[in-house]
Design a protein. Structure first.
Length: 156
């Protein structure tokens, strides 16, 4: 009987720990496969600023994990008060002022209930479930999708 109680207590402790665990912090370099070397970028003097390296591979290690990723927001759907879809990018101006980075450096985020709109210059943390499901739109081709739960100010 004592062993059964200890087993139940241990199972409860493990489940409680898993339920309240923090999301895994993922940074942009984590989304590029180790030892991957990007091909040289073709320089186009005609000022055609298309996205480069569309075949950049993704990392499956974080697939279906709850993660926390820092970055800049490029709104796709919403209004001036609330956004429901956006691209998360590693640097300010990506997809807006300069060509998009490779697909493995962009995350498509969808938060159906929406979150308050943030300034394009603000760095944020985005928390949610990351997948290697791609997305493509007028702005860019994307290697990752995140079902967002919340957007937090960057504290780092």
């Amino acid at each position: 009987m004592h062993v059964l109680r200890l087993s139940l207590l241990f199972a409860l402790l493990v489940n409680t720990t898993l339920a309240f665990s923090e999301p895994t912090e993922v940074f942009w370099e984590d989304l590029v496969p180790q030892n991957y070397i990007a091909p040289p970028v073709d320089i186009n003097h005609a000022l055609s600023l298309g996205q480069q390296n569309l075949s950049a591979p993704v990392v499956t290690k974080f697939n279906n994990m709850e993660v926390k990723i820092p970055g800049f927001v490029v709104p796709i759907e919403g209004n001036q008060d609330k956004i429901t879809e956006f691209l998360l990018v590693p640097f300010f101006g990506a997809c807006i002022h300069v060509p998009p980075p490779p697909p493995n450096q962009i995350v498509y985020v969808k938060i159906p209930e929406g979150v308050p709109a943030v300034a394009l210059t603000d760095v944020v943390w985005v928390v949610g479930t990351l997948t290697t499901e791609g997305w493509s739109g007028e702005i860019a081709t994307v290697g990752y999708t995140l079902q967002g739960k919340k957007v937090l100010p960057y504290d780092g």
